[in-house]
Write a protein that binds this ligand. Structure first.
Ligand SMILES: C[S@@+](CC[C@H](N)C(=O)[O-])C[C@H]1O[C@@H](n2cnc3c(N)ncnc32)[C@H](O)[C@@H]1O
Length: 273
């Protein structure tokens, strides 16, 4: 059966999860769920499967090969213009939703909580918030025109209301005030890049990966758009929790660091004092 042959090819290419990836690819070509594979496999276009298997065997991320990926309740178009949305970023969204609900409960009836997603990539964080908290007024920016074009496709695909703005955070942010400024900024240290999996190192945009001081720059510039009592939420490098706590405290934030599902420091939350 083609799934077994695809699995063997992906195992030979060094993929960690060859069976699962083979099933995803075959199900994608058939246009069925993975659980319906066996019943449907007689209709298969084998050439289409092999084209995708060969892309995956070259260590292209599965999300790019399939052209879409799940994030919270959404399925988003994914390709090499932006980072593949990660499960740990779903925790960042969860925290933003809690803070935005708190902001709305303490304010005038009818008022809409405002959130800014900086470095939106596929639009994952902004779109998930717009989907799960429709009352929120969501703005998203990215310095990459290509990533922003992809985010625009995802706005159209999901039909959600997110305002997209092209811009570099070092030149300032869209006009506030915001209740929450959120970002999953690039946080791979340049010296770590070579040791990353080929899927990340060779395929995802370098501008989405490599830390060039965006975390600290955003913590500073967010002060222009966050009133006292409002929050900055950042996904962070697992080894930088203490350092980022100190940097945010010096800027005048009260800081909380949260762990991911593996117990690693992953989210820094700063409340502007
Ligand atoms: C790690 S990716 C995050 C993408 C998406 N938010 C997510 O969580 O999947 C970081 C994003 O920040 C953008 N970026 C990098 N430097 C930036 C800057 N100086 N100003 C604005 N965006 C920047 C990159 O283009 C990239 O899309």
């Amino acid at each position: 059966m083609i799934v077994e042959r695809a699995e063997a090819r992906l195992a030979e290419a060094g993929i960690d999860t060859p069976r699962t990836d083979a099933e995803w690819i075959v199900a994608h070509v058939l246009g069925v769920r993975r659980s319906d594979l066996v019943a449907q496999s007689h209709k298969l276009d084998e050439a289409a499967v092999w084209a995708l298997v060969e892309r995956r065997a070259r260590r292209e991320p599965l999300a790019y090969v399939l052209g879409e990926w799940g994030f919270r309740r959404l399925t988003l178009t994914c390709d090499s213009r932006a980072l593949v949305p990660r499960p740990e970023t779903e925790i960042v969204v969860e925290r933003c939703l809690e803070l935005l609900r708190e902001a709305v409960s303490g304010s005038e009836p009818q008022s809409r909580p405002r959130v800014l997603d900086v470095g939106t990539g596929t639009g994952a964080i902004a779109l998930a918030i717009a989907d799960e908290l429709p009352i929120a007024d969501v703005v998203a920016t990215d310095s990459s025109a290509a990533a922003l074009a992809l985010a625009r496709e995802n706005v159209a695909r999901t039909g959600l209301d997110v305002e997209l703005v092209h811009g570099d955070l070092r030149d300032g942010l869209p006009p506030g005030p915001f209740d929450v400024v959120v970002s999953n900024p690039p946080y791979v240290r340049p010296e770590e890049l070579a040791s990353l999996e080929p899927e990340v190192r060779d395929w995802e945009p370098r501008a989405a990966l490599v830390d060039e001081g965006q975390t600290e720059a955003l913590a500073r510039t967010a002060l222009d758009v966050l009133p006292p009592g409002r929050h900055l939420v950042l996904e962070i490098h697992e080894e930088r929790g203490d350092e980022i706590r100190t940097a945010l405290e010096l800027l005048g934030y009260a800081v909380r660091i949260e762990s991911d599902l593996l117990g690693k420091d992953r989210v820094a939350e700063g409340k502007r004092l």
